[in-house]
Design a binder for this molecule. Structure first.
Ligand code: NAD
Length: 461
C-alpha cells in the first residue's frame, strides 16, 4: 500500500510548501538494504555519553561498538558538516534524577547534528522490583523510571526519520552481555526503522550469532497468515536471515501462499488455524520436511470492526476464534516440553498483538480483547518457554500499510498515519524485522515482553 502524501512531500516544491504551512513532513525511513544487510550499521559516527557514575560501562559499550567497525566518539565534537549516525547514552549509574541533567545536556548540542535515520539508544537499569535490594530507595526508583519519560519525550522531538529507544537492563546484567549487545545492535540498525519511543527490558540469556547477517541459519520457522501482508514480509525476512520457512494460510489464499513460499524456497501448508488439529499438522509438516520446528509466529488474524452497540455475535465470536482462541489452542502443543527446538535452535513463540490491545480503539472491542489476550498469553508462556531454554514474546504493530488497513475509511486512516512520531504508517517489513529479531539467538534475554512497532503512535505503555 502506498502513502501518496509521503511521496508528494518528500522533496522539491511540495516539501517547501508543507514546511511553510507547518504540515507534517514525513521522510522515507532508513530500511535494510536486502543486498547489504546491516552495512553500514549506522548512517554516521557514534557518540557514547554517560552519567557520571557509568563511565566504566560507557567505556565497555564504546569498546564493543569499535568491534562492529563503527567510528566511535566520547566527546560531542564533530566537524561543521558531519552528522551523528547514533548516540548511545549509558545511564546505568543513576541513583538520583538530578544526575540525568548532565548527560541530557551533553546530548542536547548533538541533536542539532543528527543524520537522517539516526538513532538514540539509552541503556538504563530496571526499577527495583518490590522486595529486591534497593526497592526502598525512592530516589533510585525515581531516577530509573525517569529515563522512561525522558526517552519517550525525546523520541517525539526527533526529525528526519531518526528514532530514540532504550534498553532497560536487569539488575546486575553487564552492558557487554550478548543480550544487551543484541538489543543495541537491533535498535541502532535499519531493522528497527519503525520502532520508536520505546524501552525494551533485557535480561541475561541468548548468544551472539556466528554471522550477524544470517542469525537464523538452519532455524525452522512456521508463520501463520503467510500469504500476504505482515505474514508474507515475515516469511521473506526470516528466509533472508537464514531460516527455513513453513508458511500457513487458508485454502482460499493458496495461490498467493504458494507464490510467497516459492520466492523464499519455503513450504506451503493450506490450513485454517481454527481447525482443532492445526498445531499437530503444522508440527508434522515441519518435521517431515525439515526434521524439527523451532519458531512459531502466530500472525494470522482478522478484523471485524463494529461499535459494541451494533455488534453481532458472529463478528465478536468469529474474531475471538481466529485471533486468540486458535493461538491459545495451538500453544497447548507448541509450548509442551520437547516440542519446539532442535539441532541447537531455541524454542521461540512470537505472537502478533496490536496497539489496539494496549491503548484501545473505537470500534474494536472484539479485536482489542483478542490482542490484549495475546499479551496476557505471552506473559503466561514466558516461564514455561524459559524452562525449555526459549522465549515467548509479542509484537504490537501500530498502523501498518497492508490490505487489512486499506479497508479503514480515509479520514481515520490518514489520522493514524500522521499521528505517529514518524508521521507515517509502517511497512509490513518493519514488523517482520522485529519478529526476526525476537526469533534470533541475540534476543534470548528478552522474554514475556511486548515489542511495539508503531512509530510511537500511541500514548501509553
Ligand atoms: P492481512 O489481512 O493482510 O493478512 C492476514 C493473513 O492471515 C491473510 O493472508 C489471511 O488469509 C490469513 N488468515 C486469516 N484467517 C486465517 C485462518 N483462520 N487461518 C489461516 N490463515 C488465516 O493482515 P496483516 O495486516 O498482514 O496483519 C497480520 C497480523 O498483524 C494480524 O494478526 C493483525 O491483527 C496484526 N496487526 C496488523 C496491523 C496493521 O496495521 N496491518 C496492526 C496491528 C496488528
Amino acid at each position: 500500500m502506498s502513502d501518496t502524501y509521503l511521496e508528494l512531500v518528500s522533496g522539491g516544491l511540495p516539501a517547501t510548501i508543507a514546511k511553510k504551512l507547518g504540515l507534517p513532513r514525513p521522510v522515507r525511513l532508513r530500511r535494510t538494504d536486502p543486498d547489504a544487510v546491516d552495512r553500514p550499521l549506522t548512517p554516521g559516527p557514534v557518540l557514547v555519553l554517560s552519567d557520571e557514575a557509568a563511565a566504566d560501562d560507557a567505556d565497555a559499550v564504546a569498546e564493543g561498538l569499535l568491534g562492529w567497525d563503527l567510528d566511535v566518539h566520547r566527546t560531542p565534537r564533530l566537524g561543521d558538516h558531519a552528522r551523528w549516525g547514533a548516540v548511545v547514552v549509558v545511564l546505568t549509574g543513576l541513583t538520583h534524577p538530578a544526575q540525568l541533567a548532565a548527560p541530557a545536556l551533553a546530548l542536547a548540542p548533538a541533536l542539532k547534528q543528527m543524520a537522517a535515520g539516526a538513532r538514540i539508544v539509552t541503556l538504563s537499569r530496571t526499577a527495583p522490583a518490590p522486595g529486591a535490594t534497593g526497592d526502598g530507595d525512592p530516589a533510585v526508583a525515581a531516577a530509573r523510571q525517569g529515563v522512561d519519560g525522558f526517552l519517550r519525550s525525546l523520541a517525539k522531538e526527533m526529525r528526519t526519520g531518526a528514532t530514540a529507544n532504550g534498553l532497560v537492563l536487569a539488575e546486575d546484567l553487564q552492558v557487554g552481555a550478548p543480550s544487551v549487545r543484541g538489543g543495541l545492535r537491533f535498535l541502532l540498525s535499519a531493522r528497527s526503522a519503525f520502532v520508536d519511543g520505546q524501552l525494551l527490558p533485557v535480561a541475561a540469556g541468548g548468544a551472539e550469532p556466528a554471522d550477524w547477517a544470517r542469525p537464523l541459519e538452519g532455524v525452522v520457522a512456521a508463520v501463520t497468515g503467510a500469504a500476504r501482508g505482515i505474514g508474507a514480509a515475515t516469511a521473506r525476512v526470516l528466509a533472508r536471515d537464514g531460516a527455513h520457512v513453513l508458511g500457513v494460510d487458508v485454502p482460499a489464499a493458496g495461490e498467493s501462499l504458494a507464490a510467497v513460499m516459492n520466492e523464499v524456497r519455503g513450504t506451503a501448508l493450506q490450513l485454517d488455524i481454527t481447525a482443532p488439529d492445526a498445531a499437530g499438522r503444522i508440527l508434522a509438516a515441519a518435521r517431515e520436511r525439515y526434521g524439527h520446528l523451532d519458531v512459531v509466529v502466530h500472525n494470522a488474524g482478522i478484523l471485524r470492526d463494529k461499535l459494541l452497540a451494533n455488534m453481532t455475535a458472529d463478528r465478536f465470536e468469529g474474531l475471538l476464534a481466529v485471533n486468540i482462541a486458535a493461538p491459545l489452542r495451538m500453544n497447548e502443543t507448541f509450548a509442551a516440553p520437547g516440542t519446539l527446538g532442535g539441532q541447537g535452535a531455541a524454542p521461540r513463540i512470537i505472537s502478533l498483538a496490536s496497539t489496539s490491545g494496549i491503548a484501545g480503539n473505537r470500534g474494536q472491542t472484539n479485536y482489542g480483547a483478542a490482542k490484549a489476550g495475546i499479551i496476557g498469553m505471552t506473559r503466561a508462556l514466558a516461564a514455561p518457554l524459559a524452562a525449555a531454554g526459549g522465549t515467548a514474546n509479542a509484537v504490537a504493530p501500530g498502523f501498518i500499510e497492508t490490505d487489512m488497513t486499506a479497508s479503514i475509511p480515509p479520514v481515520p486512516r490518514e489520522i493514524s498515519r500522521r499521528g505517529s512520531s514518524l508521521q507515517q504508517g509502517g511497512q509490513p517489513v518493519d514488523v517482520a524485522e522485529a519478529i526476526a529479531f525476537l526469533a534470533s539467538p541475540q534476543a534470548g534475554g528478552i522474554n514475556g515482553q511486548v515489542l511495539r512497532v508503531c512509530g510511537q503512535l500511541m500514548v501509553g505503555q
